[in-house]
Ligand binder design. Structure first.
Ligand code: GDP
Ligand code: ZN
Length: 313
């Protein structure tokens, strides 16, 4: 019977099997290899469930947070503080790069305007797999959210203050049979690390909270590839007059036409233009930056040599 790794400590792991959580150690060969076992890994246990014998093949692996076998990304947004949709667009692009579906949770509906919720819906309904409007405070739609999380390992992302911790509490505190002393784990102090630990409960909801993921860095992206990552543009891009159309400055652009007719959200298109500019600058500077880095190293080396020479004198 396989178990799933919930948390990695220095020489042992916390695993979950059939709703029970327990510590196991690692077989010697696994201890030697760095990152041989990741949070989210399914493992084969041996010696009366006391040791990890081997790690089963991974479905996928994220770098930040370092976690394996993720099923979906759950992005949390709120009106107060107002989520930066530019950040959300980039998280969605990052998820698409990993072939991961995105569930968009609009939290704090008890204090949010209908306009905010409908603007989120018009921007993202064609882009994410599902949008759900909830309130961690009143419990509105938390059951609906739980259905969407059931049986999956979800990575929770979103800017600070949108209510990620509150949602974890709302989802798990309604569970009578929590694994271990979950509530204690959630009411962690400010300085305890929240990342790289899965919160799990018996009905198969598994969540990994990832504060770092909100500032997801995608690396250098070719701006010409950007439109393909805006999947709501896809039905129109083939109809552009030029195959190399960047959907910003060219004539005969079907994407721009779709924006004018209201078929593509104007706000989302504006953020595309902003992202295109950002990636164009980064793309043009990608070699320059590499060169600068090399020069920096050269300068450091030289100044060290100079210091050595001065000392020698
Ligand atoms: P995190 O930084 O994303 O983990 O956000 P927190 O869970 O710490 O929540 C930030 C603040 O928003 C706290 O003061 C929460 O009490 C509040 N909050 C969270 N969810 C809701 C909600 O659904 N409604 C309201 N009114 N406040 C909420
Ligand atoms: Zn175009």
């Amino acid at each position: 019977m396989n178990a799933q790794v919930i948390k990695c400590l220095s020489s042992e792991c916390l695993v979950e099997q059939n709703g029970k959580e327990f510590s196991v150690s690692l077989r010697g060969k696994l201890k030697k290899e760095p990152q041989s076992v990741l949070v989210g890994d399914y493992v084969m246990l041996g010696e009366n469930n006391s040791i990890i014998e081997s790690v089963l093949p991974r479905k996928n692996r994220l770098i930040r947070p370092f976690v394996a076998n993720v099923d979906q990304i759950v992005v949390v947004a709120s009106e107060e503080p107002k989520s930066d949709l530019f950040v959300i667009d980039q998280i969605i692009i990052g998820a698409a790069e990993q072939n991961l579906p995105v569930l968009l949770v609009v939290n704090k509906m008890d204090i949010s305007s209908k306009e905010f919720a409908s603007s989120i819906s018009s921007d993202y309904s064609k882009v994410v797999s599902k949008i759900v409007e909830v309130s961690a405070k009143t419990g509105e739609n938390i059951n609906e959210l739980k259905k969407l999380l059931k049986g999956k390992l979800s990575v929770l992302v979103g800017e600070s203050g949108v209510g990620k911790s509150s949602l974890i509490n709302a989802i798990f505190c309604s569970e009578k049979q929590e694994i271990g002393n979950l509530s204690q784990k959630i009411s962690r102090g400010k300085n305890t690390t929240r990342s790289n630990q899965i919160f799990a409960c018996e009905d198969g909801i598994k969540i990994i909270d990832s504060p770092g993921f909100s500032s997801l860095s995608l690396g250098v992206i070719d701006p010409q590839e950007l439109a393909r990552k805006f999947i709501d543009f896809n039905p129109y891009t083939k109809q552009c007059a030029y195959t190399s159309c960047n959907h910003i400055s060219s004539d005969g652009c079907a994407v721009k036409k779709a924006v004018q007719c209201g078929k593509i959200s104007k706000n989302r298109y504006d953020r595309y233009c902003k992202l295109y500019q950002k990636y164009s600058d980064e793309w043009q500077n990608r070699y320059k930056r590499k060169k600068e880095k090399n020069n920096e190293n050269f300068t450091i080396n030289n100044s060290r040599r100079l210091q050595k020479r001065t000392k020698a004198k």
